[in-house]
Design a protein around this ligand. Sequence first.
Ligand code: COA
Ligand code: MG
Length: 290
Amino acid sequence: MMPRSWLFVPGDSEKKLGKGPGTGADALIIDLEDSVAKSRRPIGRELTCEYLRAADRSLSKLYVRINPLDSDDALFDLAGIIAGKPDGLILPKAETAADANRLSYYLDALEVANGIELGSTKIFPIATETPGAMLTLDGYRNPNPRISALSWGAEDLSAAIGASTNQDEHGNLSAPYILARSLCLMAAHAAGVQAVDTVYTNFRDDDGLRQSSVQARRDGFSGKIAIHPNQVATINDAFTPSAQEIEHAQAVIDLFAANPDAGTLSLDGKMLDKPHLTQAERVVAFAKHQ
Ligand code: COA
Ligand code: MG
């Protein structure tokens, strides 16, 4: 099933890697990019590969964030970790969907060389981290079959466009980043892949995280990135339908099933039609696979 929580773990930290399995995260993202200093990347690759080989895959999916494709590090990251058979790779600062295709060709060769099933390593681009990327999001329609999810980022984008902050005077996201969030959401659904909300950076503010997670799910995201183990339970909870929601969704499905010729029905004084059935089916499917 689609991971609700995606926890970043710096790939050069033995201590934090050791904590990964106990966090309850549905997926771990072992990072070799911005949370690891360039001088630490060689040791980070070794640790990451060892970790991947030893880890219990029934606890969490394991993705690795490599460096951007046009950096000096990307090929070293790939060559250094692929033997550990990660479930997927996070591709930061993707400029266009063509970057995922390029990465996919590299993976074809690396999978064959390492006895890994061809096409099995997924790709998860962070799709809005550069201004150019924002203008090419329609490229994710008819996506490369390796693409499993899309997310967005407000931090790198604001740095790239010379902004002093990505927030307005009330602490809410300002317009360029609301656009990034919305376009990522649409691109993911147009591609038919998971829409994953970006990090909530203030990791001591649990109420704020809960609000941001609930809003993300309401808007159509089905998971969220975490940076601290304390964020995992809140995210898992926010992206899990409550018993009440499941019960309501099942009632909607049953009502349509009992009235196969009705296009529109009423339940508890509210009008129901096809989109409500689609929503209800999504809630029940999610609950079944969790
Ligand atoms: N994964 C695994 N363990 C983590 C962790 C993470 N992302 N973040 C913190 N921990 C561990 C700490 O090592 C600490 O362990 P200890 O109790 O044995 O000392 C414990 O959880 C509590 O951590 P805390 O002291 O509250 O935070 P910190 O000051 O050590 O770390 C950060 C704060 C932000 C540096 C850390 O959370 C982190 O590295 N996050 C990931 C950053 C990242 O990958 N960013 C890239 C994407 S934006
Ligand atoms: Mg970044």
